[in-house]
Design a protein around this ligand. Structure first.
Ligand code: XMP
Length: 510
């Protein structure tokens, strides 16, 4: 399963994952590594090219991150982007300066289209600049291949050593023809063949999973989310009935979700176990209103239920986890390298008797995971599913949870999702849902007084879910949602829309 590989060396810029995604969109596999990764580690991966990312530092300061100078002598094509071009110029004897006036944002840039990097591009176009330092003296052997009115070196190269750099960001959409520039680097300079496609990935991964698993038994905790669903589809294609998927339905899923998950997997060749544990969970949650306590109870109970089911299967050889690539990327700059370890089901490995963990999605970005799911024939409603928290609706019902409240929220939330989808706003809002607050207020319906719950609607735009803005959903959509919920769902007499960003709020209410 060997693909041509590009290494993205991370100098701490904000677009690093974006570079990796763009490279992969060009059908070339790539990995992100911290800038201080030892050279032999990089060479071991036999990269056909290396990209230096941007970063917030100024290269001439003492404690700025620097590449190993030997990296320039490997005859591997290197593309430096933004801080990356400064790192290249500085390391090879050029000079980087800080200008009197900042050049930031969209710039008209003039290209030398004889450069391999800019071939078949218009001679001028808009590029996106986000670093004020610039190269005022090129290293020996280099020439400038692009400039702006203020910046003499918007790109440089020494083709004899296969070294290239751009001051602007080709990976962001503000740069016209940015992808064409990256494609030129990959295909004209690195000799890429374009061997990274989801069709090939599915075929190769299925074959290698088959080989690894042999006639072993495999266990997977299916949550119904995108990652575990795609992992299940992959394993089922690889080893069929040797796979058991346990789907713990805690009764706090969205409307019809449990049945949808079951339907999607009932036609696959695998052992699908659905545990309807709603009563068990609601029993444990009775009388509990403190958010952290609710989360802990659900986490604990989940493990208990899973353990009970796993015991019936006995010893398994492999446990599958749906870890994806953004969960394993280590950040390149900063003192504390953060590795977020993601467990679809927290704590499971301690409780189940197994030999080894399989993580078949470890190399994939979220959009690649979705593409793989489509390739494997999963239905769109599963593949395009928005994130849904493990504790489910329990953290979207403020205060104590009752079966009635769960039913009210499921109905209201389904209407919200239906109307957003009907208006085709689901492409613009990364997460949207309803929350049943514990507030009751007075209303009037017909000629009578009501004293019912307030429902909150939440919609956010975000790229990483770490920060988020509230989504500007048009009033007429909100109006339709409000009318339908009031008319169709009993128990709600007031609806509000949440207009706080994260921070200071979080996306979920609890
Ligand atoms: P917050 O509320 O922290 O949510 O802004 C950020 C993102 O994480 C999701 N979320 C969870 N996902 N288990 C999960 O798998 C959880 O316990 C959990 N809590 C929050 C949330 O839906 C949002 O996408």
């Amino acid at each position: 399963m060997k693909h041509q590989t590009i290494i993205v060396l991370d100098f701490g810029g904000q677009y690093n994952q974006l570079i990796a995604r763009r490279v992969r969109e060009c059908a070339v596999y790539c990995e992100v590594l911290p800038y201080h990764t030892p050279l032999n580690e990089i060479l071991r991966r036999e990269p056909i090219g290396i990209i230096f990312t941007g970063g917030p530092n100024s290269i001439y300061l003492d404690d700025s991150p620097r590449p190993d100078p030997a990296i320039f002598e490997q005859n591997i094509p290197i593309l430096g982007i933004c801080y990356g071009i400064h790192a290249m110029a500085y390391s090879l004897g050029g000079h980087v300066a800080s200008p009197d006036s900042r050049e930031y944002g969209k710039m008209i840039t003039y290209f030398n289209t004889e450069s391999l990097l800019f071939q078949e591009l218009p001679q001028q176009g808009i590029t996106w600049m986000s670093h004020s330092d610039y190269i005022d003296q090129l290293p020996d052997g280099f020439s400038s291949t692009a400039h702006t009115d203020a910046c003499p070196v918007a790109a440089m190269e020494d083709p004899s050593r296969k070294l290239y750099g751009v001051q602007f960001h080709p990976e962001v959409l503000h740069t016209e023809n940015g992808t064409a520039i990256l494609r030129n680097y990959l295909y004209r300079i690195c000799g890429a063949k374009g061997d990274w496609t989801m069709k090939d990935y599915a075929k190769n991964t299925i074959a290698s999973l088959r080989e690894k698993i042999g006639d072993g038994k495999v266990l997977l905790a299916l949550s119904g989310g995108v990652d575990s669903s795609v992992a299940a589809a992959l394993l089922s294609r690889a080893v069929g009935s040797q796979l058991t998927c346990i789907f713990v339905d805690h009764g706090l899923m969205r409307k019809n979700e449990g049945d949808e998950v079951q339907a999607a997997f009932s036609n696959q060749e695998l052992n699908f176990v659905r545990v309807n544990a709603g009563e068990r969970f609601l029993g444990k949650l009775k009388g509990i209103s403190e958010p952290e306590q609710k989360r802990k109870i659900i986490g604990e109970e989940f493990i208990r239920v899973f353990e009970d089911e796993a015991k019936k299967i006995g010893k398994v050889d492999f446990l599958v986890q749906g870890t994806i690539y953004p969960d394993v990327i280590e950040s390149g700059a900063g003192d504390a390298a953060v590795i977020k370890s993601h467990h679809n089901v927290g704590g499971l490995p301690d409780y189940v008797d197994f030999k080894e963990i399989l993580e078949p999605l470890r190399l994939l970005f979220k959009d690649e995971t979705r593409a793989l799911g489509r390739e494997l024939g999963l239905p769109d409603y599963l593949v395009n599913r928005q994130p849904f928290p493990g504790p489910g609706l329990a953290i979207r019902i403020i205060g104590e949870i009752t079966p009635q409240k769960v039913a009210i929220l499921q109905d209201a939330d389904a209407i919200f999702r239906e109307e957003i989808a009907r208006a085709q706003w689901d492409q613009h809002v990364q997460q949207y849902f309803a929350v049943l607050t514990s507030m009751r207020s007075v209303g009037v319906m017909g000629d009578g007084r009501t004293y019912d719950y307030t429902l909150a609607l939440r919609g956010v735009t975000t790229t990483d879910f770490m920060t988020a803005d509230w989504a500007r959903i048009p009033y007429d959509i909100l109006e339709r949602v409000s009318n339908r919920i009031i008319n169709e769902v009993r128990g709600i007499n007031r609806i509000v829309y949440d207009i706080t960003s994260k921070p200071p709020a979080t996306i979920e209410f609890e």
